[in-house]
Design a binder for this molecule. Structure first.
Ligand code: TXA
Ligand code: MG
Length: 324
């Protein structure tokens, strides 16, 4: 966790420096409303390649491109009527839209890992917005963690995972949502849910009239490697839907009546609120992992609201490792 006092707020000077660093081709970590991102100039092949190296990320896993507004978004992607409607409601905000790439927009091919699509996101965060406006180029930014590891919700997590691979970390304290953006393939109707996230399926249905179709099980070359079976994982083994906890396990609890436990424990939400649980999830997994236990037992979490995205991350964290 970051310091208990109020977090440092980057100044305009810091943001200008970070924008210059991005334009010069180095990596900069920055806060968004979901998780911290590690950004690179999306038009610079070498800078984008440096992201894959810093994260240890497979090259077939494409990156989300961040822009400050819809004018910039429409320069790099083709928005259908449904995509426009979703954007008008949810952007800026924690929804990434996969659309067809426009030709000649100057994006590095590495960004899309050879696909003819691009995932576009307009973060709802004043520091991210100011940074993106100053860079003046699209910024490719995956979550700022080692590939396959838990996403980062504080600047300290970013330094723990990526160290000196990033030139600057803009620290604006813990992120507001705690979970990554929802990713929708919005190229055609019906839209397809590639990754559940901070915008719920219910909220999307309220705008387009139906819940997005769930993407199928991951194949060997997934359309969204956020669908990779083992992902978002701490070092410890994860045991989901645990009703009891062994003395040598850590407990990730939810709700007002966790089983009694003398070992390491974090309660994601003593009042049983999935939004609060989402905010705490990744920091809790990191904190319990740091205790050196070999198993983290996780109590059942309801599938409602942000529960869908939380359970998606927990199932991936519990999946056998070493499989993409
Ligand atoms: O909240 C977020 O989305 C954070 C912040 C930093 O913006 N970013 C994030 O990026 O979570 P990342 O790279 O960790 O996850 C992006 C996911 C990956 O699973 C990737 O496969 C998928 O988006 N993706 C990116 N481009 C895609 C595309 N063209 N088609 C399908 N999936 C894509
Ligand atoms: Mg990620």
């Amino acid at each position: 966790m970051s310091s208990p006092t109020s977090p440092p707020t980057p100044t305009m000077f810091d943001i200008d420096q970070a924008a210059a660093a991005l334009r010069a081709g180095t990596l900069v970590a920055f806060p968004t409303e979901t998780v911290y991102g590690v950004g690179a100039d999306a038009t610079n092949d070498q800078a984008v390649a440096a992201i894959f190296a810093a994260k240890g990320r497979p090259r077939f896993n494409p990156l989300i491109v961040h822009v400050p507004n819809m004018a910039a978004a429409r320069r790099i992607g083709v928005f259908t009527a449904t995509a426009e409607k979703l954007a008008a409601t949810f952007l800026p905000g924690p929804l990434s839209l996969v659309v067809t790439r426009t030709t000649g927009a100057g994006l590095s091919d590495l960004v899309s890992a050879g696909l003819d699509t691009v995932a576009i996101r307009i973060p709802d965060h004043p520091i991210a917005e100011a940074l993106l406006r100053r860079v003046g180029r699209p910024v490719a930014a995956p979550s700022a963690n080692r590939s396959g590891h838990v996403s980062t919700t504080t600047a300290a997590h970013v330094r723990d995972d990526l160290g000196d691979a990033v030139s600057i970390v803009l620290d604006a304290g813990p992120t507001a949502c705690g979970l990554e953006s929802t990713i929708l393939d919005a190229r055609r109707d019906p839209v397809v849910l590639l990754r559940p996230g901070a915008v719920t399926s219910e909220e999307i249905a309220a705008v387009i009239g139906y819940e997005p179709v769930r993407a199928g099980q991951p194949a060997t070359a997934p359309t969204s490697p956020g669908q990779l079976a083992s992902h978002y994982a701490p070092r410890a083994e994860i045991r989901i839907n645990a009703m009891t906890v062994a003395p040598d396990e850590a407990l990730l609890a939810f709700g007002p009546s966790p089983p009694p436990h003398d070992g390491p424990m974090v309660n994601l939400s003593p009042v049983g609120d999935t939004t609060q649980a989402a905010i705490n999830l990744f920091a809790a997994l990191r904190a319990l992992d740091a205790k050196g236990v070999s198993v983290i037992a996780v109590m059942p979490i309801p599938e409602t609201g942000l529960g869908e995205a939380i359970n998606d991350r927990l199932r991936r964290a519990a999946a056998p490792r070493g499989r993409f």
